[in-house]
Write a protein that binds this ligand. Structure first.
Ligand code: ADP
Length: 498
């Protein structure tokens, strides 16, 4: 489609009747604009596979324009003089606008990503919490006075870095938007954020809320585009001094290489996972089954922290497999806009194909499908909740991230055995243990090599709690006070008083 025929805004009516004005342009320097090369791309509805519309596409030239706007805002505009308290106020205002627009934002998310509306509402609630939390931090970021000698006075400052590039994935389009924007802006940076090509709609609507909140032009720039063009232009840009990426481990490696080959920009990466979810023989089995079900099928398994390797103590294995199979089959899969739906569509044909390919690989490797393993319905990209049993540690389905509603369940004998198995991949994002024994919980928690350990729960994320990976699951931590480190650099000022 040529740009000439694609407007910058379009009225959308979503399947649940929500009507709103969807921005389609790139949000650069406070305005929605067409891409310089005149390109656009198609957005598809995962629940039907049909066209949802088109958006304008950013290429490297638009990244340059957005970076220039962000750099100007950082060094020259009102943002360069804003007080920390006023930065906080703007973030609080943005949080309020997210809250006021919860229904429309959640509806866009369900439409664009295919996720269940009840989960999408939870995502937007978490965006509100995250933006508010970092609004609160804005005027509490400070350095130290460090005494080294009686005739010198030395202090440190936590300074903003400058223009930050942010590249986000499609599984939580708006939540990842908020996780990135919140701390970067609280610390006083300006940003150029690229949404994932599968899910550009929510980020653009959120951009219009940034404008409404009153952020000066150039402070927050939101662009739609592809990884190999706009994404790699961000990763290798000479005027971007920090890049934050959430996505797959292979792309994380490319981002790091691009940062190294360009200006050694600071890098934080939140990557893949193959998280173990451990059920000990003394666990409350009914509750543990709820959590293992939630741990893998939440968001259709499209979570970097999905509990995709389930280890059950051999004495209760058969009982847990039977209960889990029954529970998985009860999950309501289907129309994302049905309030009863728990599991919506997978995001794209490519993702659907990838998951089905892994289901085939599992079968070829000799694993047994306890339930699922097939498509759900006859349109869109739905897959039934799938459980593999009779797995061995070396199988690809036990080592590689599938990113879908597919898990493996295996036996363990004792703590030593399950710790070895739990730590048996190159990943280390999350993990969980279900037990009534505090000493078992603490022993396993301290021995698992993962950025998060949940005890008697799963997916219990909160904006105040640091989140990130060990090993090939990433570098740095998002959320909590920890995330402020990603977006500041320390300046030491040493004054000679002699
Ligand atoms: P997936 O494979 O699930 O789509 P990716 O890791 O490829 O996940 O994508 C996550 C984000 O990274 C998206 O915004 C995508 O456009 C972007 N991306 C993909 N490849 C690159 C790249 N080479 N450089 C920068 N960004 C990229």
């Amino acid at each position: 489609m040529s740009t000439n025929s694609l407007p910058l805004f379009q009225k959308f009516k979503l399947p649940n009747g929500v009507e709103y004005e969807q921005p389609l342009g790139l949000f650069i320097n406070g305005e929605f604009v067409a891409g310089k090369e005149g390109k656009t791309f198609e957005v598809l509805n995962p629940a039907t596979g049909q066209n949802s519309g088109f958006v304008h596409e950013a290429t490297a030239v638009d990244v340059d324009i957005a970076v220039d706007a962000a750099e100007k805002a950082f060094y020259e505009g009102p943002w360069s003089r804003i007080t920390p308290a006023d930065r906080g106020k703007l973030l609080l205002k943005l949080a309020d606008l997210f809250e006021e627009n919860l229904t429309v934002l959640a509806s866009i998310e369900a439409f664009d990503n295919g996720k269940a509306i009840q989960l999408a509402k939870g995502d937007i609630g978490a965006c509100v919490g995250c933006l508010r939390y970092y609004g609160g931090w804005a005027d509490k970021i400070h350095g130290k006075v460090i005494d080294t000698a009686s005739d010198s006075f030395t202090y440190t400052k936590q300074e903003a870095i400058g223009v930050c590039g942010q590249i986000i994935p499609w599984n939580f389009p708006l939540l990842m938007w908020a996780w990135k924007i919140g701390p970067a802006i609280a610390c006083g940076n300006t940003v150029v954020l690229k949404t994932a090509e599968q899910t550009p709609l929510g980020g653009l609507y959120a951009a219009s809320l940034c404008k409404e909140a009153g952020f000066p032009p150039g402070v927050i720039n939101i662009i739609s585009g592809f990884g190999r063009t706009a994404g790699s232009a961000i990763a290798s840009h000479m005027k971007i001094h920090k890049v934050a990426f959430t996505g797959s481990t292979p792309v994380g490696r490319q981002i790091m290489k691009a940062a190294a080959d360009s200006n050694l920009k600071k890098v934080t990466l939140e990557l893949g996972g193959k998280s173990p979810n451990i059920v000990c023989e003394d666990a409350d089995i009914e509750k543990a089954v709820e959590w293992i079900n939630f741990g893998i099928y939440y968001n259709g398994g499209q979570c970097c922290c999905a509990g995709s390797r389930i280890y059950v103590q051999d004495t209760i294995y058969d009982k847990v497999v039977a209960a889990f199979k029954k529970r998985a089959e009860e999950n309501v899969v289907g129309n994302p806009f049905d309030e009863k739906t728990f599991q919506g569509a997978q995001v794209s044909q490519a993702q659907y194909d990838r998951i089905m390919k892994y289901i085939d690989i599992g079968k070829q490797e000799g694993a047994v499908v306890e339930t699922g393993g097939v498509r759900h319905g006859d349109e869109g990209w739905f897959i039934k909740p799938t459980i593999f049993s009779h797995v061995t540690e070396d199988m690809r389905i036990m080592q590689e991230e599938i990113f879908g509603p597919v898990c493996s369940i295996a036996k363990f004998h004792d703590i030593e055995d399950v710790v070895a198995k739990g730590n048996g991949t190159q990943y280390g994002l999350a993990s969980a243990v279900h037990t009534k024994s505090i000493s078992t919980a603490m022993e396993i928690s301290s021995k698992l090599r993962a950025g998060t350990v949940w005890v008697n729960c799963y997916n219990s994320l909160h904006w105040a709690l640091p989140f990130g990976g060990y090993g090939e699951s990433g570098i740095g931590r998002e959320l909590g006070k920890e995330a402020l480190r990603n977006y500041t650099q320390v300046k030491t000022v040493n004054i000679n008083l002699a």
